[in-house]
Ligand binder design. Structure first.
Ligand code: PEP
Length: 251
């Protein structure tokens, strides 16, 4: 049985003080769930939050990671810098990075590899736009996004990675995929891996992301191939985030 995992994506929100208070609020409300929990916070808040989460069950992650190890890459933050502050996860290929900041399948694959070089677990985000879904291209789009990473890192690399299915049309829009729509794609992703390596597929945590909220999380997480969630808006409130976390399947 796979351990459930819930990751918060704070995006570009919060002040230094509010970020610390939110992390403290999450830690204070942690119960006895044996699911894993992480928050991906803005880069500038990582030093503060790494101290807040130290010694707790709450793990820390970044929202992006450089596609190179070091050097003349102005404005970038490397995997080794993130590792030094205790980041255990890094989002790679979030649709906001792909659509607003020019991330391509190739740069996403390079970021994924850089994370693993420093033992940071990449959370590879994949998903289709509304137009692609309406043209029945969902599976093709996701296969292409996964192929690009496997071509660079190999399938075995997914024993140390997480995949997040995030339909672009559901992110920040209030429109959630139905339990069945999400399960259909998660099952497709698991089969994609099973065709290459059954053991990797069986162990791979596949998270759902896209307007997940306390009132829809339980239904989504009950689906057999949904192992937790990547949560944007609802992760900015400790109570909502913890309700979602407490909706994961017991293992
Ligand atoms: C996300 O940013 O990954 C996300 C899923 O956002 P939201 O939950 O706000 O749709």
């Amino acid at each position: 049985m796979r351990q459930s995992l819930v990751i918060g994506n704070w995006k570009m929100n919060g002040t230094r003080a509010s970020a610390q208070a939110l992390a403290q609020g999450i830690i204070a409300g942690l119960g006895t769930s044996n699911a894993a929990l992480a928050i991906c916070v803005p880069y500038l808040h990582i030093p503060d939050i790494s101290q807040v989460v130290s010694g707790t069950q709450l793990a820390l992650g970044s929202q992006n990671i450089a596609d190179k190890a070091a050097g003349a890459f102005t404005g970038e933050i490397s995997a080794s810098m993130l590792a030094e502050f205790g980041c255990q996860y890094a989002l790679v290929g979030h649709s906001e990075r792909r659509s607003y900041y020019g991330d391509t399948d190739a740069t996403v694959a390079a970021r994924f590899a850089q994370a693993q070089e420093q033992n940071i677990i990449p959370v590879l985000c994949v998903g289709e736009t509304l137009e692609e879904r309406e043209q029945d291209q969902t599976f093709q789009v996701i296969n292409k996004q996964l192929d690009a990473v496997i071509d660079v890192a190999g399938v075995a690399a997914f024993s140390r990675a997480v995949v997040a299915y995030e339909p672009v049309w559901a992110i920040g829009t209030g429109k959630t995929a139905s339990d069945e729509q999400a399960q259909e794609v998660h099952s497709h992703i698991r089969k994609y891996f099973a065709d290459k390596d059954q053991a990797i597929a069986d162990k791979l945590q596949i998270l759902y992301g896209g307007s997940a909220k306390p009132d829809n999380a339980k239904g989504l997480f009950a689906m057999p191939d949904i192992d937790g969630g990547l949560i944007g808006g609802a992760s900015l409130d400790a109570e909502s985030f913890l309700k979602i976390y407490n909706s994961t399947k017991a293992v």
